[in-house]
Ligand binder design. Structure first.
Ligand code: ADP
Ligand code: ADP
Length: 238
């Protein structure tokens, strides 16, 4: 089964049509870059895939399950498999970095077990390992709001690594990073697609980054898919 499948999806916000007639199937192992101008619907597409937006028409399936029809334990289990780096990161500024990253561990588990894990130190090595991979091991006990925008972006990536999702959704995950760190972060986000039969769907405004790390490029213009091509067939001129 496909990791993600959108059939005839339309999303309207009042009188604004964010997406119209979108059909898209993402299979295991694919790394999809979603590109397009601001307002084209990229964030909305990612939000559909993690269930934070429901379509006004059409259907969305994640791992073969219709999104929006799950409740309780089944919904939590699906959510644990989907990791998101939000455009606005959604970190808790007043908490220390360690707590924000640990939140990724908690989303893997049922609520009772998550609460229990707060009282136990076992998570720290895993949190430290993830922070090392994004180059922030020395900031583990800093307050999150003391970090720069680019560092906070990497904290959000570390939180996702610790969650170990199968489907990674990332909204401009490298927008505040220099080229070297951007490459490192994209490589990390692509791991579930490469190693675990998952997939990556990332909105990226840097075409070179998209071509280096993704297998497929989907271009949105005014809510419609205007380009859908293997990355290998595109060049920077396109
Ligand atoms: P993007 O760069 O993806 O367009 P924005 O910064 O425009 O993101 O939007 C940030 C947030 O505001 C998103 O959660 C989006 O859903 C919401 N948003 C965007 N446009 C509007 C709007 N016209 N009215 C209300 N909310 C909006
Ligand atoms: P992108 O990520 O490509 O910039 P978005 O998905 O954020 O595009 O937005 C697509 C369109 O939907 C834009 O016109 C935006 O203003 C509008 N939009 C997004 N979120 C909202 C919202 N919560 N309420 C109203 N309009 C929105």
């Amino acid at each position: 089964t496909a990791v993600l499948r959108l059939d005839g999806v339309e999303v309207r916000y009042g009188s604004t049509t964010a997406l119209a007639g979108v059909d898209l199937t993402v299979d295991a192992g694919e790394r999809v870059a979603v590109v397009g101008p601001s307002g084209a619907g990229k964030s909305t597409l990612l939000a559909l895939a993690n269930g934070s937006v429901t379509p006004t028409a059409g259907s969305v399936q994640v791992f073969g399950v219709p999104a929006g029809q799950l409740h309780g334990r089944a919904l939590r289990r699906l959510r644990a498999r989907v990791g998101t780096v939000h455009q606005h990161l959604e970190l808790v500024d007043q908490l220390r970095v360690v707590h924000n990253v640990n939140a990724g561990r908690l989303s893997r588990w049922p609520a009772w077990r998550a609460a229990w894990s707060l009282a136990r130190p076992q998570g720290l090595p895993e949190v430290l390992e993830a922070l090392t991979r994004v180059g922030l091991a020395d900031r583990v006990f800093d307050r999150t709001d003391q970090l720069s925008g680019g560092q906070q972006q990497r904290v959000a990536v570390a939180r996702l690594l610790v969650q170990r999702p199968d489907l990674v959704l990332a909204d401009e995950p490298a927008s505040a990073l220099d080229p070297l760190l951007a490459d490192r972060v994209l490589g990390l986000l692509a791991e579930p697609a490469a190693d675990r039969g998952g997939a990556l769907v990332a909105s990226l405004h840097d075409p070179a980054l998209a071509l280096r790390h993704c297998t497929r490029v989907v271009g949105l213009v005014e809510g419609r898919v205007e380009l859908d091509a293997p990355a290998g067939r595109l060049t920077l001129g396109d």
